[in-house]
Design a protein around this ligand. Structure first.
Ligand code: NDP
Length: 253
């Protein structure tokens, strides 16, 4: 089994990679969904792509947690439940709800996202299942736990609401794009991305852990550029796009 020193070194390297590639990700438009292109190589069915790329976050997180030794402690089980609620939806429910008939995404994106989810599932599952021994029951009253819990729950609620609004913009069989309204779309173009960032920042705060922080940073690095690219695309595509709507952060960005 990997030593804790090696494990933390690995997580620091993982964080450093995220920070280093951020300027690149800001420039390169991730080619899936509305930005799909054939110039990234062969394509795969969109729903299948989602299931394959999200699966490691569900599976490896659960395996590394469940084969750990922290099962006498309640707190890691609470964190485990939050992670599983999010990823059971994202891996096994969300892809089947998508109205993306006939749409495809590049295999390269699926492979990259698979590796990304494998790493994040591993570091968080292994940490919570085996390395974290600091969580006494009194952690439930710690301001970091309470604030993180509130952020995670509100992030999850906004994420599900926003995903739902987007999915229902299309009738069954439709593939085009419309301007979304309602919920946090009143303020920003991408509340699904905004809320996902809030969610995993909350998880990092409530676990007060390096792997949690690594995942929050990676989520920001992935989703801030995607929201900026979506916002630009909306403005270029719809002449009547609401002028006061920001991209990612209400009233700010
Ligand atoms: P998008 O907003 O690009 O798309 C979500 C779904 O809604 C797609 O099926 C899309 O169709 C459809 N859709 C979006 N906008 C419109 C519109 N204006 N009109 C009609 N249909 C629309 O979200 P992502 O694919 O980027 O992400 C999906 C979820 O996964 C989000 O909740 C996101 O936060 C999460 N995610 C998390 C990551 C992380 O690092 N933790 C990384 C990536 C995603 P189509 O596919 O045809 O465009």
């Amino acid at each position: 089994m990997i030593s804790s020193t090696t494990f933390y070194l690995l997580v620091y390297v993982w964080i450093a990679i995220a920070i280093l590639i951020f300027p690149l990700v800001l420039k390169i438009v991730a080619p899936y969904g509305r930005h799909t292109t054939t110039s990234w190589g062969p394509l795969i069915n969109n729903k299948a792509g989602w299931i394959i790329m999200e699966f490691p976050a569900l599976f490896f997180f659960a395996v590394f947690f469940l084969f750990g030794k922290n099962h006498h402690n309640l707190l890691p089980w609470i964190f485990f439940s939050f992670w599983m609620i999010h990823y059971l939806n994202r891996t096994l429910i969300f892809p089947f709800r998508l109205r993306t008939k006939g749409k495809k995404m590049p295999v390269t994106i699926v492979i990259m996202a698979f590796c990304f989810n494998l790493m994040n599932g591993y570091i968080n599952g292994y940490y919570l299942g085996s390395l974290s021994e600091q969580y006494a029951l009194s952690w439930l009253y710690d301001p970091r736990f309470i604030a993180g819990f509130l952020m995670f729950c509100s992030g999850l609620a906004i994420n599900w609401q926003s995903d739902n609004i987007l999915i229902h913009l299309r009738e069954m069989g439709e593939t085009g794009y419309k301007i979304p309204y309602g919920g946090f779309f009143r303020y920003i173009s991408c509340p699904n991305h905004f809320s996902e960032i809030i969610e995993w920042s909350g998880f990092a705060l409530m676990t007060w852990s390096l792997p949690g922080l690594a995942f929050a940073i990676w989520t920001l690095v992935n989703l801030m550029p995607r929201a900026l690219h979506h916002h630009k695309w909306y403005q270029a595509t719809f002449p009547d796009y609401p002028a006061d709507r920001k991209a990612l952060i209400p009233f700010i960005l």
